[in-house]
Design a binder for this molecule. Sequence first.
Ligand SMILES: CC(C)(COP(=O)(O)OP(=O)(O)OC[C@H]1O[C@@H](n2cnc3c(N)ncnc32)[C@H](O)[C@@H]1OP(=O)(O)O)[C@@H](O)C(=O)NCCC(=O)NCCS
Length: 234
Amino acid sequence: MVLAVVTARRLEPARRAAVASVLAEAFEHDPMQAWLFPNAQRRMQRLRRFYERDLAVRLEGCTTTCLLGETAVACWQAPGESGTLPPRSALQLAPCFWSVVAHHPLAGMRLLAAVLRQRPDEPHWYLSHLAVRPGDQGRGLGRTLLQWGIERADKEGVGTYLETANPDNLPFYRSAGYSQVGLVRSGDAPNVWTLWRGPSEQGSPPPRRRVADDGAGNVGASPDGGDQRGGGVE
Ligand SMILES: CC(C)(COP(=O)(O)OP(=O)(O)OC[C@H]1O[C@@H](n2cnc3c(N)ncnc32)[C@H](O)[C@@H]1OP(=O)(O)O)[C@@H](O)C(=O)NCCC(=O)NCCS
């Protein structure tokens, strides 16, 4: 257990590099990043570059919470802030996006589209990134940052939503009240679990999604069912 004060503030340009560095270190061995950036020697450098750009364009102005200096970071998007990008931002993000899918152009784009389709329609706080530097993991920092967003969403009477490609994270989120609402399976990409926590209640109904089906019957909604029997979005 740590005594930590969460500082919630909008991300300032001067702190971007430091935050990108926390993200790159924390996600270096994440299954999705390892798939997107297979060259282990260059992955860290590429991840830093990617996150800097992502923070500058897609997450510009989102609510970022940090604690203990640059050790842990959560990027929360308030209801209405996530999901779409203004055309100018989409253009600015294009080179960075391309660097991400370069090794799997078609599979990468299919995966992204499938993940975006799972986003709930209803208002929610979206946890875009949560990361703790490897040397500081397991001390309660991740839980503290997660709880910050949960409490905020509870006060507003809305849920929170996130995706993870690392099954090791599922117990962490489940113990914070999240339920699995979907599983995206796309080609040889790592699985992506989608998780929802309703406002201040246990077992609230799963959210409605923008698209309930991808047209081919491949929808992965199985509230906390553990095993998904053919329910992935391929
Ligand atoms: C996942 C992550 C944010 C958790 O943060 P953390 O500070 O290490 O976790 P905490 O110390 O707050 O853990 C809180 C609880 O979850 C448990 N927990 C944390 N990570 C876990 C894991 N991978 N598997 C199982 N339990 C886990 C802890 O044991 C602890 O349990 P307790 O409260 O009963 O003691 C952090 O490990 C991380 O940055 N991982 C790499 C990046 C990542 O995967 N981010 C999440 C993307 S969705």
